[in-house]
Design a protein around this ligand. Sequence first.
Ligand SMILES: [Zn+2]
Length: 110
Amino acid sequence: MLELLIESSSSGEHYAVTFTREGTNLRTSCTCPAGQKGIHCKHRLSLLAGDLSSIVGEVPADIGAQLAALLPGSDVERVLEQLRVAEAGVTAAQAEVKRVKKALDRVMHS
Ligand SMILES: [Zn+2]
């Protein structure tokens, strides 16, 4: 298990974040309010994305490599990819709504 102490950029509070990888299962926890409710939080996601800037206290020298090894091939990586695809779908749908509204403007004002 990898345990890190981080500082919230918004509140300045310190939270403990843990990562445990067993096979393809990556379990995580964070003591922040969202983490306590079982909601994925930005603290864990930013660490998994390689942002080490929130880490406070003693930092293992190879922490970047340890964090980078957690995600590949994991269930969390698989669902993060589904989220990326879903968010791209939202972006495309928003662009289509904008395009169709402009088309409506054209047909209503001609
Ligand atoms: Zn958190």
